[in-house]
Design a protein. Sequence first.
Length: 342
Amino acid sequence: MRVTVLLGGASDERDVSLATGAEMAVALREAGHDVCAFDTVRGRVLATEEEDTIRERGVEPDPPSGPWRDLIASGEIATLTGHPEAGRADVYALALHGGAGEDGTIQGVLDSAGLAYTGSDRIGCLLAMDKDVSKRLMRDAGVDTPRWALDVFDPERLIEEIGLPLVVKAANGGSSLRLERARDRAELSAVLDAARGFDDHVVAEAWVSGREFTVGIVGEEALPVGEIVPEHEFFDYACKYQPGLAQEIFPAVVEEEAAREMRQTALRVHRILRLRDYSRVDFMMDEGGRIWCLEANNLPGMTAVSLLPGAARAAGVTFPALCDRLVRLAAERRNPLSPSGV
């Protein structure tokens, strides 16, 4: 198939998106597809740039600095119409983390044009990206999720309603960006002052101490549970994307009953949030053994150190086979009679 990988974009997760897209492009070529990589900010990405610049560099320790608009070349977003090869794909493989690439905007555009693309549609992306909305849906469905409050900047009220420690984060953020932990009132006041500057709603959420786990979903199958053991206080941006800063154990060493509960809950959350094709659902197990669902990722990372590929490997699925499966799932929606692939 002709596949255009959409990557880069103008969010603060641009570096992660470039890394995901470059890895996916190489893997899809290995799977036999005719692949073009396209940065929605700068345009066509040559195969030599994928290898020599993006893959070798990987993800920088810190996200791109400055306003996202500074990333736009010549003041204009690149368009597919100016690149015939990129614009004639059978399937668009989405690797656009954060912003318009993950919140349903690009999905709506592709739907309106009748184009096939990987992953969740506009509704699923909207529901999963908004942490307040997704937690409400999980809570109403009986899924345990930590207590939270939306747009509350009164420290005393948060301490009374949620307790300490807690985390403050952007309601529509990813990759642990704009996420801070507050252990006492002084820290909470400082964190809340900083959060007032977010161009977004703000969620304050109870901190759960314990072990962190993740479950990937591909198709309608829950992959093996993985455990995350970060070197830092929590699984922050650096731990997620810098080699050696986190242990990612697949399959997790955990009691079978707990693993089964997490896999079943992950599949429930995937369906509750109307996600499609693939996702990743994150959990904490507290010191008493209770399992809490933190969030669902509708467009999880696919870099060399990302969690979903690690879960797939534990299930015996190579990275090229995983990427091939995702584009074939997308193609089947356009042509239900096409082969299912892996």
